[in-house]
Design a binder for this molecule. Structure first.
Ligand code: SF4
Ligand code: SF4
Ligand code: F3S
Length: 379
């Protein structure tokens, strides 16, 4: 197999095709500390793209409660169990990726979920990591008892397992933005892609008999707008844009700043080897760092420290970028923080949004002179 460089695991690895990065790569950062599992993103996607026949069970975007929630059932536990115990050393992954651990005659280590695995999209919702008993404390930080929400979409991976596995070459990665798509005219429903994607973000349509997946709302992205699930996010947890490799990182680009400069956002299961392009700010309240490291790799402690610093007012730049998330439905290419405000700019350098780092307090007099009426605070 050809060798490609995967910066998230700090080394070269085997991949089915030669490495060829797109001209630019879409990506997103999700702040798990702000997600409230309202599922607005899920429904925004569902009503836009998957309300047809054969798509009933599809959630291109889903939000699951960790540690128990998963859709399809136990997708993460099952692939990690198949891979077996592996280890990191000084930021370099020493274990096998799912490409390197592929059984003889296969391109990727994976499994095909059964129909029933898709039966309960929100199983484990709001369940804590352990039962409540007298020995457990939930007043101190980080908590002994915890759960957190993990929103998930296709990661539009740099080395997609779905693409590598398809014998029909029906899945492709766009040169112009790195979005991974299924060519529906080529697909013959072999489902190798469903078996190979460890995140289980390709779905088989039993009516049309072809594979379907998140398209990163490319018609919107092409016009400079954010995908549906991003711009409807109630918790404003989602930063979206284009991301570079660490060597080409632009500190004025919000994605590069979060991932490469402050290193506050981490990939999901980087050890699998796909170089996923959706990143997560890990939850600060979770008492089990080993669990977080299993999910997000070795950078967890550093990311949490950087995040806390911003929340304590010691890093206005980081705070500013985080406040720009979902402040506009346009794609932000560059940002700047100055004078207590954060500004976002479009591709041409035009300012498209401006937010204060601290919301002003406005005291409104009960009598509105203009309309001659009183307004009472009834809360
Ligand atoms: Fe393919 Fe899965 Fe990666 Fe999406 S997350 S690009 S479906 S391997
Ligand atoms: Fe759905 Fe678009 Fe979000 Fe993908 S990017 S999950 S297609 S709304
Ligand atoms: Fe290929 Fe998946 Fe279709 S393996 S043929 S894209 S179902």
């Amino acid at each position: 197999m050809p060798k490609v460089y995967n910066w998230q695991i700090g080394r070269e690895m085997d991949y089915w095709y030669e490495g060829s990065r797109p001209q630019r790569q879409v990506g997103a950062v999700f702040d798990t500390n702000k997600c409230i599992a309202c599922q607005t993103c899920t429904m925004a996607c569902k009503t836009t793209w998957t309300s047809g026949k054969g798509q009933e069970y599809m959630f291109w975007n889903n939000v699951e409660t960790k540690p128990w929630g998963s859709y399809p059932l136990a997708w993460d536990v099952r692939i990690l169990q198949m891979l077996g115990p592996q280890r990191w050393e000084n930021g370099v992954y020493q274990g096998k990726t799912i490409f390197e651990a592929a059984p003889p005659g296969e391109r990727v280590l994976g499994y095909l979920p059964e129909d029933l695995d898709y039966a309960y999209p929100n199983r484990g919702e709001d369940e804590t990591n352990a039962p409540l008993n007298e020995d457990k404390f939930y007043i101190r930080l980080p908590h002994d008892l915890w759960f957190f929400y993990l929103p998930r979409i296709c990661n539009h991976c740099t080395y997609p397992a779905c693409l590598a596995a398809c014998p029909r070459v029906a899945i492709y990665k766009r040169r112009e933005d790195g979005i991974v798509l299924v060519d529906q005219a080529r697909c013959r429903g072999y489902r190798e892609c469903v078996q190979a994607c460890p995140y289980k973000k390709v779905f088989y349509n039993h009516v049309t008999r072809i594979a379907e997946k998140c398209i990163f709302c490319f018609p919107a992205v092409e016009r400079g707008y954010q995908p549906r699930c991003m711009r409807t996010c109630i918790g404003k947890i989602r930063t979206v844009g284009f991301i570079h490799t660490p060597e080409q990182a632009d500190p004025e680009n919000p994605m590069d700043f979060l991932v490469h400069v402050r290193k506050v956002a981490l990939p999901l299961l980087p050890q699998l080897g796909l170089e996923p392009n959706v990143y997560y700010i890990p939850p600060v309240h979770v008492g089990n760092v080993r669990f977080l490291k299993m999910l997000f790799g070795p950078g967890v402690e550093r990311a949490i420290a950087a995040y806390k610093k911003a929340m304590e007012g010691q890093d206005p730049e980081l705070l500013g970028v985080l406040l720009l998330a979902v402040s506009t439905d346009r794609l932000i290419y560059k940002f700047r923080v100055a004078g207590g405000q954060a500004m976002g700019y479009d591709e041409k350098g035009q300012e498209i949004v401006r937010v204060p780092l601290k919301e002003p307090i406005v005291v409104r007099p009960p009598l509105d002179d203009k309309v001659g009426a009183y307004r009472y605070n009834i809360t």
